[in-house]
Design a protein around this ligand. Sequence first.
Ligand code: THU
Length: 185
Amino acid sequence: MEQSTWEALPPEHREGLRRAVEAREGAYVPYSHFAVGAAVRTGSGAYVQGFNIENAAYPLSMCAERVALYRAYAEGERDFRALYVVADAPRPVPPCGACRQVMAELCPPTMPVILANLRGEVLLTTVEELLPFFFAPDDLLRQGERGALLGSGEGNGRGPSSEGGEVQFPETGAGSRGGGREGEA
Ligand code: THU
């Protein structure tokens, strides 16, 4: 994690933060009054914007980061290059755990995540730094099935076994990694 300032950033990051600030204006935050803006930059150089959208049933509220990522994905974007997040807060706002999990699913591990506040303070981090050892697509596979689900351009194309070094899991009684799957065909 690296501290920076808006002025010190390269032009594409300054533009990304500008888009996030712009997006933030649309936030629907009647309950928290805490507006967050996000923008995801894609391989084509497009910026897809998002903001948080709250709900009277509070837990249904959706963060700016996920709105931006899901919107971009729904629009057909698959090549995510950077995510920008802005709020009016004492420090650049750390994305919530749910958003980190979604970033880990859809974005490359080394993808920059740029967090900023309206005072101009910036933190530069990455998807993998925000969420190491995450629950990944390959974790859904049974023994011997690794790599079968992904690897053809879906998701970020990686699972826990593709980042160098096989992870050793303790044996369960049935030689399976997880509980609860024994007995399935
Ligand atoms: N929120 C975001 O949109 N992104 C973050 O990174 C942190 C929190 C939203 C969720 C909720 O609408 C409001 O901020 C207060 O938690």
